[in-house]
Design a protein. Structure first.
Lengths: 113, 115
């Protein structure tokens, strides 16, 4: 069975500092990994994905994530946080022929001015 | 608008009533998905369609839930005899099968409150 863990419910970062939102996964075979962001009362907005190829993936709004197969992780990063980055972030995994995305429980990111 | 559209945005209903939600996917997307998100949780898969065919249903989709995509375009999700536990955000997503360039595109969701 595929699963995703986001070990931190809440992450606080000062504006201008680098940020990391953690994600680990459990899936047999090669995973497809995604990050989504959700603003209050809104749906999910796609940030980036890893399917294959380069382990460092660059996405929207200056975010990037690194796929680490040995640690089964896919942490989301940004070099310099903006107050507008404050939102709820979800990591998701999909495996091979399985059509559904399995989401983590989310991490609330707060950027402190 | 080229995104995924969901209506209504909010629905308040009394326990025991039936409700129906609509999702209009991106027009060229042949796959359509429904997810449910409860407070403090990530979205959970309910069901998906390829064109008009419903190909998978989660165990979360009880007999009171039914989804259709009659012409392979828009989809409806109906909940009969609603219960308070049905209160959640219902999200729709779509994509082109085999195309991963932009991931799954989600709508803004329908928030259901059962009172």
């Amino acid at each position: 069975a595929q699963s995703v863990a986001q070990p931190e419910d809440q992450v606080n970062v000062a504006e201008g500092n680098p940020l990391t939102v953690k994600c680990t996964y459990s899936v047999s075979g090669n995973p497809y990994l995604f990050w989504y962001v959700q603003y209050p009362n809104r749906g999910l907005q796609f940030l980036l994905k890893y399917i294959t190829g380069d382990n460092l993936v660059k996405g929207s709004y200056g975010f990037e994530a690194e796929f680490n197969k040995s640690q089964t992780s896919f942490h989301l990063k940004k070099p310099s946080a903006l107050v507008s980055d404050s939102a709820l972030y979800f990591c998701a995994v999909r495996f091979g022929g399985n059509e559904k995305l399995t989401f983590g429980t989310g991490t609330r990111l707060t950027i402190i001015p | 608008d080229t995104g995924v559209s969901q209506n209504p945005r909010h629905k308040i209903t009394k326990r025991g009533q039936n409700v129906t939600f609509r999702c209009d996917p991106i027009s060229e997307h042949n796959r359509l998905y429904w997810y449910r998100q409860t407070l403090g949780q990530g979205p959970e898969f309910l069901t998906y369609f390829q064109n008009e065919a419903q190909l998978e249903k989660s165990r979360l989709l009880s007999d009171r839930f039914s989804a259709e995509r009659p012409k392979g375009s828009f989809s409806t999700l109906e909940i009969q005899r609603t219960e308070q536990g049905d209160s959640a955000m219902y999200l729709c997503a779509s994509r082109v099968a085999g195309e991963y360039n932009y991931g799954y595109t989600f709508g803004s969701g329908t928030r259901l409150t059962v009172v």
